[in-house]
Design a protein around this ligand. Structure first.
Ligand code: F6R
Length: 365
């Protein structure tokens, strides 16, 4: 049932192009986005003036991408918060607040409690989940299903991608209802989003050797640092979590601009720094963070855009991925990081699918 793959995680990583296609299927009709399951009219959506995205773990990292997209496309203030914090404070919730709860299993205790509290306080709640009929689906006002199908490996991969794509659709829908995105923009964004399925296929076909080289270079390290800026920061957080979960190698992620404010003290000879250095408006800033790290002896692994030949001057190992609009880069950049975490775990002799101390679904606080 592993379909010829050595573990479920690798099988599920390879299912991601299908997940992207299925999550997008039927969502664009005559230049407009349609997400009927949300059960809200464009007028109702247009009243939303604040969004909270609530989740735990990997689902929280998917949530992190939503802030830039919702604020950028719909111009609605958006906060992203872990459910266990959100539920124990007193967030500002009114009837025009939208709470988006993201949960693969649809039964995470803190996320569910956050949904219940938010509804009592009068918010509209949308669930983004992978499990049809799960508590998150049942208790939300509307739901988007991620179409990942059952995920068996404890470390979430294909569900994460389904969540990122679903949140991207939701941000576009909010932009459309707010009148901030034109039909032409929606069509263009949607077609580029759909193209990521093929780009992920190419990454899966091509980046194996570069990932293996990078994994060998870092497998004996005590600790690793993931850095990125903007959309690359969100991908870094998820990359670090995947690595810790399955390889037990300590990893942290930082917005690269924070390096000077503390983490650079960690850097010594051969300390692995994994950087999301894809082409974007902040590319040069990331490169200068790489230079600072390298000057202190760090071993740099860069995830970079195909055709970027300069990056080899700043990195010891480069994993190239196809060029995409920066907004969609977490979809593509996350894939080599998933493969990297898995490869390090395999090299270190870990059980990739069943990491110690972790459960697939966390139904108690
Ligand atoms: C990590 C992982 C966990 C879950 C978290 C939330 O690979 O799987 O961090 O993302 O426990 O679970 P869900 O999404 O089911 O609410």
């Amino acid at each position: 049932e592993k379909g010829g793959y050595p573990d479920f995680m690798l099988k599920e990583i390879h299912e991601q192009p299908r997940v992207i296609r299925d999550t997008l299927a039927g969502r664009l009709s005559g230049g407009s986005l349609v997400i009927d399951e949300l059960d809200m009219t464009a007028e109702e959506l247009n009243l939303i003036d604040r969004v909270y995205v609530i989740a735990c773990g990997t689902s929280y990292h998917a949530g992190l991408i939503a802030k830039n997209l919702i604020e950028g496309w719909a111009r609605i203030p958006c906060e992203v918060e872990v459910a266990s914090e959100f539920r124990y404070r007193n967030p500002i919730i009114t009837p025009t607040t939208l709470v988006v709860a993201v949960s693969q299993s649809g039964e995470t205790a803190d996320t569910l409690a956050a949904i219940r509290d938010a509804r009592v306080k009068g918010a509209k709640v949308f669930g983004i989940t992978n499990v049809v009929g799960s508590p998150v689906a049942r208790e939300s006002d509307g739901v988007i299903y991620t179409k990942a199908n059952k995920e068996i490996a404890v470390a979430s991969t294909k569900s994460f991608l389904g969540q990122v794509v679903s949140l991207t659709l939701l941000a576009m829908l909010l932009g459309q209802s707010a009148g901030e995105l034109t039909t032409a923009q929606i069509k263009l964004l949607f077609s580029e989003l759909a193209d990521t399925a093929e780009q992920v296929e190419r990454i899966l076909a091509d980046c194996g050797p570069a990932v293996e080289e990078a994994a060998r270079a870092m497998m004996d390290a005590q600790s690793a640092l993931f850095i990125g800026r903007g959309m690359g920061a969100a991908a870094s957080y998820e990359g670090a979590l995947k690595l810790k979960e399955i390889s037990y190698l300590h990893a942290e992620a930082y917005a690269a601009g924070e390096m000077k404010h503390g983490p650079i003290a960690l850097i010594d000879e051969n300390f692995p720094v994994i950087a999301i250095a894809t082409k974007s408006a902040v590319y040069d800033k990331v490169v200068s963070n790489l230079q600072e790290s390298r000057a202190r002896g760090a071993r740099i692994i860069a995830v970079a855009t195909e055709g970027d030949e300069d990056i080899v001057k700043h990195a010891d190992h480069v994993i190239y991925i196809p060029k995409v609009r920066d907004t969609f880069s977490p979809i593509t950049a996350s894939v080599p990081l998933q493969l990297l975490a898995r490869e390090v775990a395999v090299l270190r002799g870990c059980d990739v699918d069943q990491p110690r101390n972790l459960a697939k679904s966390v139904t108690v606080e």
